[in-house]
Design a binder for this molecule. Structure first.
Ligand code: TRP
Length: 339
């Protein structure tokens, strides 16, 4: 298939911390597969990260590199996918301005993802969201610009991103209905595990929830975390029968111990598997599972210039695409003076 016949996958991620298993199984692992079939663009969304970290530029800057390393470690292949930095593409910001006319403030305030985030970030947005900024409330508009700038027709994201995608689709429809068919309406693509549970049994693994295994965690940290994972609380003694379906250790075994999973399940139910041994087995399998990821990370950590070049190159390619879209948009909006 020729490059121009392929559909475009566009996705993004904020550089605010290292990736954990939730990111890997919920999104990035999926991108690694998609890059083989689609024109793939992966945005390091530093502008979006600044909307709730505007007072912490050092954090965002440091994490741009960390995120690039994590993505490459997961298997994003720079010869197949373009990793680029959002702020290096001002065309996105310009599109955001034009799209901002197509969305009401009331609609943004109703966006479930935005509502949840505001309630989680009381330290910067106030107890009742009274200090929410224009920039933060508007980031779904900028995300619509991210997606459309690259002609993204498929957006592989975790479940929490669906309301943002819906908002982008609405903006695209409105744009096309007013200015004529110009933009591609994107569709979402959920991974098999759109949301991964945390070590504590919480519905979501999250950095701020303190229940995550990070891809950069060393072996010792992984062991400690898994030893502390929640198991069936009704199982007291080693040979008690237990229910694997309420056990987080079994839940992660399902991800990384595939070839032995039926035995694990049977033994657990029959009371033939102590939790400590079961955890030790998971620790070994998890370390094994993460080994290639860590090896790739080490390679890129040792080749700083290579990573810089990957980002520069990915950004250059992305910029050309965004310039093309912006041109089309301005023409449709009749602001293509002197062109
Ligand atoms: N909102 C996403 C996150 O919080 C990041 C993101 C930015 C994104 N632009 C995007 C995701 C475009 C999908 C498409 O991680």
């Amino acid at each position: 298939m020729k490059m121009e016949d392929k559909k475009t996958v566009l996705t993004g991620i904020r550089p605010t911390g290292n990736l954990h298993l939730g990111h890997y199984f919920g999104a990035v692992g999926n991108w690694v597969k998609l890059q083989n079939e689609y024109n793939t663009f992966i945005e390091i969304a530093d502008v979006q990260a600044l909307t709730d970290n505007f007072n912490n530029p050092d954090k965002v800057r440091k994490n741009v590199r960390e995120l690039a390393l994590d993505l490459l470690a997961c298997g994003i292949d720079p010869s197949k996918a373009n990793i680029f930095i959002q702020s290096r593409i001002p065309e996105i910001a310009e599109l955001t301005v034009y799209y901002s006319n197509l969305v009401t403030i009331a609609r943004l305030e109703r966006n479930p993802t935005i509502k949840t985030e505001i309630s989680q970030k009381k330290d910067i947005f106030g107890n009742n969201g009274e200090s929410v900024t224009y920039g933060f409330l508007g980031y779904p508009v900028s995300q619509a610009a991210d997606i459309t700038a690259f002609g993204g027709s498929l957006v592989p994201v975790g479940e929490d991103q669906l309301p943002l995608l819906e908002q982008a689709r609405e903006i695209v429809r409105k744009f096309n209905s007013i200015y004529g068919e110009t933009l591609i309406e994107p569709e979402h693509f959920l991974s098999k595990i759109p949301r991964l549970k945390g070590l504590d049994g919480n519905e979501k693994m999250g950095k701020s929830l303190g229940n995550a295994i990070f891809l950069v965690d060393d072996d010792d940290t992984i062991s400690k975390k898994i030893m502390g994972a929640i198991t069936d609380k009704n199982k007291i003694k080693k040979d008690d029968k237990a229910n694997p379906d309420v056990c987080m250790v079994y839940y992660y075994h399902k991800l990384v111990s595939q070839n032995n999973i039926e035995t694990i399940c049977k033994e657990c139910k029959a009371g033939k598997r102590g939790c400590i041994d079961c955890k030790k087995e998971l620790i070994e399998n998890m370390k094994e599972y993460l080994r290639p990821i860590k090896e790739r990370r080490k390679y890129y950590e040792d080749n700083k210039e290579l990573v810089d070049n990957i980002l520069k190159n990915g950004t250059n390619i992305a910029k050309t695409k965004a310039e093309y879209t912006l041109k089309k948009v301005k023409k449709a909006m009749k602001i293509d003076y002197f062109e």
